[in-house]
Design a binder for this molecule. Structure first.
Ligand code: GTP
Length: 484
């Protein structure tokens, strides 16, 4: 009978043991002095020792004193509390050196009489849960940035650095595809060596052009586990080796219309293949980047529509007024004169009447280019409407006469440039052109920011332009000339 009971209890023990070994959590029992009584297989991996060599020993025999002290302290807290207590700890597994964030639940162990005899510990790997929580926080802060007027490059750098902070073994990069969709550039990769970034800036995308060039070309994710041996990296493997890069996974950044905008890449120093969690990170980061890029492109488009003329791409009246405001503030500070020219084309209407508005448009575009070629980068050429343009020359000179003669020279250059016959393509015959002659009437006012407002400045230049028109066109009149 006793033998039967002992056999049955042996069967129970074996079952319990099988269950304990199958549980993916770390499970162990310690007595009140911290001496191990038993543990399961997952726990053996943590200490890198077999259960038989763990039993009878304490934490001090397997981990650093600092960590053992903290284990011991948490054991004491659970025993004193008389109920389960939880704590989180980053630990390194002795068997293969990997790290995990463990959430340990420690419960006091009582005997049949209710006497405290030790502590039961169960630790669960919460690394992924924690990483997901941290990623969610990072995602919200990125989205918050998008609601302000933070520049796109700053937001993209925030994404790259955020992912690197969450995954210390990763170095990331964002490359943007140019408007033609042929080259990658404007790299955001603060952790990659400058020589590497410079070498890949402007690279033409294509099959086998590293991970990013291929991902942008195919629109598909490219996982290169080992740069040294992968054919996509053959042309760049020396460069990558010099930069200390062993693996590169690249995800295309796609717009909501599925257009490739660029790539988000994760690099590792050594060979590396992504886990499911890594794939989540790369997908989500590329998605965040796409929201940022698309939003900024939209803002840019709205700004372009609000402040630029759609036909010539020149600043419109609204932007001209802003620029005039700025020029007047600078003039107040520097005491330098500015000049504003009102330009109206002579004899423009006939081209519309004879060849249609399409050809008239081409002439206006050509005139806009000619105007821009006559002034400095800092000056403004705006389309005021129809065949009227305004040129604003800022920061001329503190001397009025010198400023007037500078403005005179620019006005003459403009008059000459605009009077060159316009040779424009027409669709009547392939490669056929028409030639149209038109000139410009130019009114100029030279001003200092003293006792004058924007409207007066524009009115003065406009009145001077009418004088030029009255004089038969193709001529320049200064506001002062009207007075004198
Ligand atoms: N093609 C084209 N024509 C335009 C546009 N905006 C205005 N126009 C035309 O430009 C012409 C401007 O008229 P005017 O300034 O009287 O023409 P003009 O022949 O230069 O007259 P003068 O200044 O007296 O020499 C009108 O026929 C408008 O219809 C545009 O965006 N495209």
């Amino acid at each position: 009978m006793n033998k039967l009971i002992s056999t049955l209890s042996q069967v129970d023990d074996d079952r319990l043991r099988t269950i304990l070994q199958a549980i993916p959590d770390l499970i162990w029992l310690k007595d009140m002095n911290g001496v191990y009584l038993t543990c399961n297989h997952r726990f053996e991996q943590f200490f890198g020792a077999l259960e038989k060599d763990i039993i009878g020993h304490t934490d001090y025999d397997f981990v650093s004193k600092e960590l053992a002290d903290s284990f011991r302290e948490n054991d004491r807290i659970a025993m004193m509390k008389g109920g389960p207590s939880k704590n989180e700890e980053w630990v390194t597994f002795a068997d293969d050196g990997h790290q995990e964030l463990l959430e340990a639940t420690k419960t006091p162990l009582l005997d049949k009489e209710g006497q405290l005899i030790g502590v039961l510990g169960i630790s669960r790997d919460i690394t992924q849960r924690k990483k997901s929580e941290m990623f969610e926080k990072f995602r919200s802060s990125t989205l918050e940035l998008l609601t302000g007027d933070t520049p796109l490059t700053v937001i993209l750098e925030f994404i790259v650095q955020g992912v690197e902070q969450l995954n210390s073994a990763m170095n990331c990069s964002i490359l943007l595809l140019d408007e033609e969709g042929k080259h990658l550039g404007h790299g955001i990769a603060p952790s990659l060596p400058a020589f590497y970034n410079a070498a890949i800036d402007g690279v033409a995308i294509g099959m086998g052009v590293g991970s990013c060039g291929t991902a942008a070309y195919t629109g598909e994710r490219v996982i290169v586990e080992d740069i040294a041996t992968h054919p996509y990296w053959a042309p760049y493997k020396t460069l990558a080796a010099k930069a200390g890069l062993g693996a590169c996974w690249s995800e295309p950044i796609r717009s909501s219309f599925n257009q490739v905008l660029g790539t988000f890449a994760i690099y590792h120093k050594d060979k590396n293949y992504p886990s499911e969690a890594d794939i989540y990170v790369i997908e989500q980061s590329a998605h965040l980047a796409s929201i940022a890029i698309e939003r900024k492109l939209l803002e840019e488009k709205v700004r372009q529509l609000a402040f630029y003329d759609t036909l010539t791409n020149l600043p419109n009246r609204r932007l001209l007024k802003e620029r005039l405001n700025q020029a007047m503030s600078v003039s107040k500070r520097t005491h330098c004169y500015c000049a504003l020219m009102f330009i109206d084309l002579d004899n423009f209407k006939p081209i519309n009447d004879m060849h249609g508005h399409g050809i008239g448009d081409l002439l206006l575009i050509d005139a806009a280019k000619r105007l821009k070629s006559c002034v400095r980068e800092m000056d403004t050429v705006a389309r005021f409407g129809g065949d009227e343009f305004v040129v604003l020359l800022s920061e001329l000179d503190v001397d009025q006469a010198i400023s007037t003669s500078q403005a005179q020279r620019v006005a003459q250059k403009i008059r000459a440039a605009l009077s060159v016959p316009y040779v424009l393509p027409t669709d009547i015959l392939p490669a056929a052109t028409i030639e149209h002659r038109c000139t410009a009437s130019i009114g100029v006012t030279v001003f200092l920011n003293q006792g004058i407002n924007q409207d007066d400045i524009l009115k003065q230049a406009d009145a001077a332009m009418y004088e030029a028109k009255e004089a038969g066109g193709n001529s320049i009149r200064f506001h002062d000339n009207l007075k004198n």
